[in-house]
Design a binder for this molecule. Structure first.
Ligand SMILES: Cc1cc2nc3c(=O)[nH]c(=O)nc-3n(C[C@H](O)[C@H](O)[C@H](O)COP(=O)(O)OP(=O)(O)OC[C@H]3O[C@@H](n4cnc5c(N)ncnc54)[C@H](O)[C@@H]3O)c2cc1C
Length: 491
């Protein structure tokens, strides 16, 4: 049995031993990798066929090999899809063949549980399994079709049916997805690998010792635990430090930890918020109504759109400020099919049709300010805006919500992980500067030693649909290293 007791990463067993794999982050990335490392292996099902005949014939060449033993680079050749990562396209096409065309073709993979193939590992995460999905606003529909968010081996639709929920529109709510991920971890018996309530504070390379112990990774952090019951009957969560050694470390922390800021004067004033939650809190305190001054929403992504929707529902007036023009093809609303996303289409219509005019003719509670930016917030709740033309306007607001995206928190790495990025001098971001990895193994190219991997939004793969490919690449590389260490024989 595995020597790693995950409930207590600071336990005796872990202090001395070197853990084969430590995964930092327990969102869909960490969960999917944990599944593949727990001995769940996929084989070509004898009676299924992949709609792509070339891929099918390649898979038939060595049907006795599991997907983790196949040559991924060979299987990937010639495949095309909506991700630039070849393994992501391969795995997606094996799990949900032809789903870009809205077809439901059965997967040619057959999953078998072979615990003897498992690689002991530990998944560390701040909150419950599910990552960013626990932090999203709970009632809106997700952007993606529901089955794109599912993980291998458990159909989201089957789980929803068991829970007697209707899948509206083929989309689910973030709360449902978060709950599915938590259920997945217990259903697949992965819990013993998860240490929730743990925050990693440093990852460093540890040199080998004179008595022959090889170099490895040192991972330090804090584990929150239920504190003793205080005099007033409340228990205080306490954090205890822990320190682990690992042969391999996987960065799967996502890129949603730190809200991005505008960097303007007055941004720290108490009426300026940077998360949707603060809007929800204000709503639940009854602070938003049609009589309040407008809420200023900054940003033109989906979180900003959700904030506009939520305020609009309560008839609270909204000013909506964003840098792009409403017709900009980069704008997410110009990329979403109207039929599937009616509520976002409605927002886009408002953004287009209800633009601010110096003398407003009709004001129905929403005004957009395209190609405009915030210059500063003043303590008297006035906000100075400036158009691309250089013209300025001052508006009176009740509160501001700056929802312009988020950045990863890689403070546990040297220089916040910058040296690992495509542009080593800049901060890591999902789109502009992801961590540079080998496309077939997800090994971090500029790591301080071997055995460091990264996946998910950190490597530019922001959709659950495609981040699963990173898990396949990493699991297959770890398996190969293990087979080679054992002399090339089967694991
Ligand atoms: C508003 C919004 C809507 C979205 N809609 C969709 C959608 O419709 N479809 C889709 O596919 N994707 C969507 N996404 C993107 C989705 O969130 C990501 O694809 C996915 O969650 C990334 O998974 P991950 O496991 O890599 O990272 P995350 O889900 O971010 O999980 C990583 C976890 O690691 C934790 N962590 C970070 N640092 C540490 C540390 N030092 N120690 C311990 N733990 C740490 C984080 O707190 C987090 O819980 C959306 C994102 C947002 C913000």
């Amino acid at each position: 049995s595995s020597a790693v007791k995950m409930d207590h990463p600071d336990k005796e067993a872990l202090r001395g031993e070197v853990v084969p794999v430590v995964i930092i982050g327990n969102g869909p990335s960490g969960i999917c990798l944990s599944y593949l490392l727990s001995g769940y292996t996929a084989y070509l099902s004898p009676d299924a066929a992949h709609p792509n005949p070339l891929l099918q014939s390649k898979l038939e060449e060595q049907p006795h090999l599991s997907l983790l033993e196949q040559d991924l680079e060979y299987l990937c050749e010639g495949l095309e899809g909506r991700s630039s990562n070849p393994v992501a396209v391969l795995f997606d096409s094996l799990l949900l063949p032809n789903s870009d065309f809205g077809l439901e073709h059965i997967s040619p993979l057959e999953w078998r549980h072979r615990p003897e193939h498992a690689i002991p590992h530990l998944v560390l995460g701040k909150g419950p399994p599910g990552g960013a999905w626990h932090a999203m606003e709970g009632s809106m529909l997700t952007l993606s079709l529901a089955n794109w968010m599912e993980l291998p081996g458990l159909k989201l639709k089957d789980w929803m049916r068991d829970k007697r929920r209707n899948v509206r529109n083929d989309r689910a709510t973030p709360a449902e997805i978060a709950s599915y991920y938590q259920h997945y971890v217990s259903k697949m018996s992965l819990e013993q690998n998860f240490a929730c309530g743990t925050t990693v504070t440093s990852v460093t390379r540890q040199a080998g010792t004179q008595d022959g112990a090889p170099p490895c990774w040192r991972i330090k952090g804090l584990q929150r635990r239920e504190g003793e019951v205080l005099g007033d009957g409340c228990s205080a969560p306490e954090a205890e430090p822990f320190s682990l050694l690992a042969h391999n470390v996987v960065l799967a922390t996502g890129t949603h930890d730190v809200p991005a800021r505008l960097g303007v004067e007055g941004e720290s004033l108490p009426f300026v918020h940077h998360s949707f939650w603060e809007l929800e809190a204000a709503i639940s305190r009854g602070e938003l109504s049609h009589t309040s001054d407008p809420v200023l929403v900054v940003g033109a992504g989906l979180t900003a759109a959700d904030a506009v929707l939520a305020s609009h529902h309560l008839n609270a007036p909204v000013y909506h400020v964003f840098r792009r023009s409403v017709a900009d093809p980069e704008l997410i609303f110009n990329q979403l099919p109207k039929l599937l996303y009616p509520e976002y289409h409605k927002i886009h219509q408002m953004m287009t049709q209800q633009q601010y005019q110096p003398s407003p003719a009709s004001y129905s509670g929403y005004l957009s300010f395209p190609q405009c930016r915030v210059v500063k917030f003043r303590p008297d709740r006035k906000c100075v805006l400036q158009w691309d033309s250089g013209q300025q306007t001052v508006v009176q607001i009740s509160r501001a919500l700056v929802l312009i995206g988020a950045l990863p928190n890689l403070s546990f790495l040297r220089d916040n992980g910058r040296p690992l990025g495509l542009s080593p001098k800049e901060a890591i971001t999902c789109r502009r500067n992801p961590i540079d990895v080998d496309p077939y193994t997800n090994s971090v190219l500029a790591a301080e030693g071997p055995g460091m991997y990264a996946m998910g939004p950190l490597v530019g793969e922001n959709f659950v649909r495609f981040l699963k490919g990173g898990a396949l690449a990493i699991a297959s590389h770890l398996n190969r290293k293990r087979r080679e260490a054992r002399g090339g024989g089967p694991p």
